[in-house]
Design a protein. Structure first.
Length: 298
């Protein structure tokens, strides 16, 4: 394609946008809304997976030992736990060490002074797992060991995050599909109006021998530009919103989740940028192709 022809096609594409600017704006807004929804669910899904991995990396079972257990029994419990196939590291935390750890986490550790002589804590084993999905089975096996009185874990939190991921992915996918279909339909109508307005010019171009692709390209340019503008608009909105949430995340969650971190802004925004550009261009081109082929039979 010659440079002059290329420039002509681009100019005609932008001219079509201007002539049908109200419908073009409606198309841009609709596609932007679809891409924002997609981006939000993409970000949410990726961050939930990221948080799950953080929880998994720090996941431990806290096995509480009977206070009447002697040294031999305590060591035997540790060996029995360590022999389990799904168990990774097994670390004994004596009640004295547990008291020191508790003091280190308190703002006023002096409140615990004097408990060394009458320590209310118990000896425990901290147990990491090779496969988090086997945690329930491992807990059941450990509970059968004589001398084990209790097992603490944050399995509920992990399960809740996994369930959230499934729901987010399912709802996000179908909502995005619905909005994308609506977007393509609106773009199709926008391009259809442009085709109709130029029907006489198109007939003349066909009469003098213009190829079908030469006639189609201005409308495809129009659809692509709609998609790119929508992608840029949605990316700007999502970027600003995510940046605010990411810097405020620790303050928003607080408590025991304060150590968890979201994916770095620019890291996740690279995925968002690629996704919205590809989807924006795809929706624009799809709408253009449908309108030109089926409605004007160019």
């Amino acid at each position: 394609m010659k440079l002059r022809s290329f420039s002509y096609l681009i100019k005609e594409g932008f001219k079509g946008l201007w002539y049908n600017r109200l419908m073009s704006i409606a198309s841009i807004m609709t596609v932007s809304a679809s891409l924002i929804v997609f981006s939000l669910f993409l970000i949410l899904g990726m961050n939930v997976e990221h948080l799950i991995e953080q929880v998994r990396s720090e996941y431990e079972l806290l096995v509480v030992i009977d206070e009447s257990a002697d040294e031999a029994t305590i060591q035997g419990i540790g060996k029995a736990i360590g022999a389990m196939h799904e168990v990774g590291e097994v670390r004994l935390v004596t009640k004295e060490e547990g008291l020191e750890d508790l003091k280190a986490t308190m703002d006023n550790p002096e409140l615990l002074e004097g408990l060394e002589l009458d320590n209310p804590l118990r000896n425990t084993y901290r147990v990491s797992l090779k496969n988090l999905s086997k945690s329930v089975e491992v807990m059941e096996d450990i509970s059968l060991i004589s001398g084990v009185v209790k097992i603490n874990s944050n399995q509920e939190a992990v399960t809740a995050l996994q369930n959230i991921t499934k729901v987010v992915n399912m709802v996000g996918f179908w909502l995005f599909v619905l909005l994308m279909v609506i977007s393509i339909a609106i773009i199709t109508n926008t391009i259809r109006l442009a085709v109709y307005a130029r029907r006489k010019e198109i007939n003349v171009m066909k009469f003098i021998g213009a190829t079908n692709w030469f006639i189609r390209w201005p409308f495809m340019v129009e659809g692509i530009v709609i998609g790119l503008i929508a992608a840029a608009l949605s990316f700007g909105i999502v970027y600003g919103g995510y940046y605010y949430v990411s810097v405020s995340f620790q303050d928003l969650v607080g408590g025991g989740l304060a150590d968890l971190k979201l994916i770095e802004t620019w890291t996740i925004m690279q995925w968002v940028a690629i996704s919205v550009v590809v989807l924006g261009v795809f929706s624009g081109m799809t709408g253009s192709v449908i309108s030109v082929r089926k409605h004007m039979k160019v």
